[in-house]
Write a protein that binds this ligand. Sequence first.
Ligand SMILES: *Cc1c(COP(=O)(O)O)cnc(C)c1O
Length: 337
Amino acid sequence: MPNQTVNIDLRSDTLTQPTQAMREAMFRAEVGDDVYAEDPTVIELQDHAAALLNKEAALFAPSGTQSNLLALFAHCERGDEYIVGDSAHTFRYEGGGAAVLGSIVPQTIPMEMDGTLGLEEIDSAIKPNDFHFARSRLICLENTHAGVPLPLGYAEAVAALSERRGLAMHLDGARLFNAAIAQNRSPEALAAPFDSVSICLSKGLGAPVGSVLVGPRSLIEDARRWRKVLGGGMRQAGVIAAAGLHALQHHMADLEQDHRHAEQLAECLSDNFGDSAVRYATNMVHLNLPSDTYAALAEHLAEVGIRVGRPRWVLHRDVAREDMELLCRAIQGFSIG
Ligand SMILES: *Cc1c(COP(=O)(O)O)cnc(C)c1O
């Protein structure tokens, strides 16, 4: 390798730094007390997100975890259950919040690599109305799941089932815009089968913090109450909402570049390790290598300033086009054994 040191971090798309233009939007933001619902910039962000996803109302939250939790609390009461994939973020990576804080029972279903849960499995997991059982209330899906968009038409099929069985639908849409771009659909169309949707502003969109929950007005009013209970009521939050609004208005189309980069990176990895060791979707590349080989690769990359975490590499707006060549060259410079 040339002894050129770079600084490329592929651990997550949460690592993106706010741009100069974004910081200026934050600097200029008009603010008020958002617990009184008087912050004009938060209101603008919420209105923008609700319109983008064609839902009645929206609520700004400090994190995607809280936004999902608010949805669960608003849809379900104590002793209710929600149906969720066994590797869904909400179930697996949010500290069990629904159960810990909400007394909401998770009913898990095996989750396929494309984020789908079997329709029959969902149907048979829904409990009859009988006091022996927790009350089945909600189905929660995720788009994208580990970078993979839900197959088109799948959410509609689940919505038909949930309607027939009288359940509500929530989408963890942390990376919904990646799916929309990859599938050439509007975010609104992908959100349509769901009552509520949470989106993340601080992943590939590049805002430093924040998430938005959208849904029917009455549900959002309940979520607003729960947000206060959970300590998520923020005051002059327009300073951070401005970053999220800027991201939605100016960064969405850039996600396409991350997808192109993921494809390039996957090609480069396939050339080195074989097609069967690599898969990619939207902005993520998954590597399937023996753990000692992977550890050696990670160390080799770290020596030239390329940081990777687990064998899921995430492309984002702070990985520039020039970085891609360096990245591929670094991979080519690694030989197994
Ligand atoms: C990141 C993420 C969230 C929310 O995470 P926070 O770190 O709390 O913002 C929720 N769901 C998925 C699928 C995510 O990737």
